[in-house]
Ligand binder design. Structure first.
Ligand SMILES: NC(=O)C1=CN([C@@H]2O[C@H](COP(=O)(O)OP(=O)(O)OC[C@H]3O[C@@H](n4cnc5c(N)ncnc54)[C@H](O)[C@@H]3O)[C@@H](O)[C@H]2O)[C@@H](O)CC1
Ligand SMILES: [K+]
Length: 513
């Protein structure tokens, strides 16, 4: 699904109107009808609704929704918060509403009876908002903040910006938002996302052709996208053909991390996996992951010894290499990361402590030509980009885009709604996963899944996104089944990866039928 900026949405509207000849009134009719149908679906017994309408096109949608609800037998009052300068399609639809026998009323904060309605529809401000909510809309936002009546926002909760701009001090907090045509970036950014409530995207009949010119900022990557690119394993599969992987990590205080990642790699399709870790960790890892072979690294009391850095890793013999889970920050680790960057001929994944060293390995980073995947959480991203985690979270799309293009890496910016960016700057945002993933070790599982997945097909961008989807979907399945978002441990998460893959394959089969 396409994710857009307000400008791209406006451009799509313009192209649909000017080049294809769709009337703006028609788009608004489609928008209002689709939104009304969704509201009826969400609130099946609805009898009495209110629409709060603004003076732009979002308000225009409101009049269309009211007329449609009325024709479905749902009594609907329209309150215009402002109608100064109402024009174009919005004026047309208000007139249509009036000529259909209804009378909109002026919104009055002191007399509005929010509790008498089954649903309040927020059609005050859409993608045209700029800055803090100004009078008279501020009062209406306050009134909506006090009611228990469910609020459904049209396109975007009033006050919330479409992109990475600051969320104003007050905005409508919706129970649900019916997004028109394509989600805007803020639907995936905190704190804006919390204002949307449940989101439902409806088509307004925008012709596909306009998107070639209008472009899109990102796509939302879910089950549909994953199953479309998920490779079918050949019947004559041989373990060597499905990829050889090398995993490097582990230290005495993070002794379990390589096992978690190794399990996930094997369950995600790695054919042959070698795990390189400080020697003594082999004895605890082998019983947990009997299928991996080992490269035992010289150690001193459970930590990498000085001569570990000259080990024969054979970086050029693997289809993919992952460095990081539980690696620690000794200077030996830095040298291993440096060698991995220079010597890995296949795909290299750097995670966790391996990322810590990257700012000191700028030259190796810039000279690397084979694919590189980085998987920072916001704190690690801040370290990489020389900023703060707060700034990272505010500008997740733009910052990830800049960094990936600058360094030529595939960037997996973790956190709620993980964003994957290709070296060309193409972005995909994910909504699978839940709070159960906010636990130590879940990043190790992701690294393992990535390692297992990227060797399955040459389309690295798709494989990276599929891995992120499988990770989130596994967490969702775990929580649906015997786990909760409190209890989910990373090693358990790995055991749900097979079920996640099975779901993708079932989805694929159903689509083929
Ligand atoms: N062809 C189109 O353009 C379509 C647009 N659609 C709807 O149109 C919306 C965008 O419409 P508009 O661009 O007219 O903009 P909006 O309807 O979002 O709001 C614009 C109005 O809000 C005022 N405003 C801006 N910032 C404000 C603030 N901080 N406080 C108070 N008032 C403020 C502006 O002066 C302007 O009058 C979309 O979100 C969607 O709901 C849909 O009807 C589908 C078709
Ligand atoms: K709105």
């Amino acid at each position: 699904m396409r994710v857009v900026t307000a400008e791209q949405m406006r451009e799509a509207d313009r192209l649909a109107i000017e080049e294809i000849g769709m009337k703006e009134e028609l788009l608004m009719e489609n928008a209002g009808r689709a939104a009304a149908a969704k509201i009826i679906e969400l609130y099946p017994g609805l009898q009495y609704a209110a629409v709060l309408a603004g003076k732009g096109n979002n308000g225009g949608d409101g009049y269309t929704i009211a007329r449609t609800l009325e024709s479905e037998g749902i009594r609907t009052d329209v309150y215009f918060v402002s109608s100064d300068g109402l024009k174009g399609a919005a004026l047309y639809h208000r007139t249509l509403y009036e000529k259909s026998g209804f009378t909109p009323r002026q919104f009055d904060p002191s007399s509005f009876q929010a509790d008498s309605y089954g649903v309040i529809i927020d059609a005050m401000l859409g993608t045209g908002i700029k800055g803090e909510v100004k009078p008279p809309f501020d009062k209406a936002v306050q009134v909506l903040g006090k009611t228990d009546t469910p609020i459904v926002a049209v396109d975007i909760p009033s006050g919330i910006p479409s992109g990475e701009e600051d969320v104003p001090s007050s905005a409508v907090k919706a129970d649900a938002t019916v997004i028109l045509e394509s989600p805007k970036l803020s639907a995936y950014l905190f704190p804006a996302k919390e204002y949307y409530g449940q989101t439902h995207t409806v088509s307004i009949g925008m012709p596909n052709a306009v998107w070639h010119k209008a472009g899109n900022e990102a796509v939302e990557w879910g089950m549909t996208e994953t199953s479309a690119s998920f490779p079918v394993r050949k019947e004559n599969a041989h373990k060597g053909r499905h990829g050889r992987g090398l995993l490097i990590g582990g230290s005495k205080n993070m002794a379990g991390a390589p096992a978690i990642a190794a399990l996930a790699a094997l369950e995600s399709g790695a054919g042959l996996l070698t795990t390189a870790l400080p020697e003594s960790l082999m004895y605890t890892t082998a019983p947990l992951v009997p299928e991996t072979t080992f490269l035992r690294l010289p150690e001193k009391e459970g930590e990498l010894a000085e001569d570990s850095v000259s080990s024969d890793f054979g970086f050029d013999r693997y289809d993919a290499v992952a460095v990081g889970p539980g690696l620690g920050r000794l200077k030996e680790a830095k040298e291993i990361v440096r060698r991995a960057l220079v010597e890995t001929a296949g795909i290299l994944i750097l995670d966790a402590d391996a990322l810590y060293w990257l700012p000191e390995l700028e030259q190796e980073l810039s000279e690397r030509t084979a694919p590189l995947i980085l998987t920072p959480h916001p704190g690690e991203m801040a370290h990489l980009a020389g900023t703060t985690p707060g700034e990272v979270n505010k500008h997740r799309f733009s910052l990830a885009g800049q960094y990936a293009r600058k360094t030529g890496c595939y960037l997996v910016l973790k956190g709620a709604n993980t964003i994957c960016t290709t070296p060309e700057g193409d972005q995909a945002v994910h909504t699978s996963g839940n709070a159960g993933l906010a636990k130590g070790g879940s990043g190790d599982t992701l690294t393992g899944i990535l390692l297992g997945q990227v060797m399955q097909d040459e389309d690295t961008a798709a494989m990276v996104n599929n891995a992120v989807f499988l990770h989130g979907h596994a967490a969702d399945l775990a929580v649906e089944q015997e786990e909760t978002d409190y209890s989910l441990r990373a090693s358990k998460l790995a055991s749900y990866v097979p079920r996640a893959i099975k779901n993708v394959q079932l989805f694929q089969e159903n689509r083929r039928r």
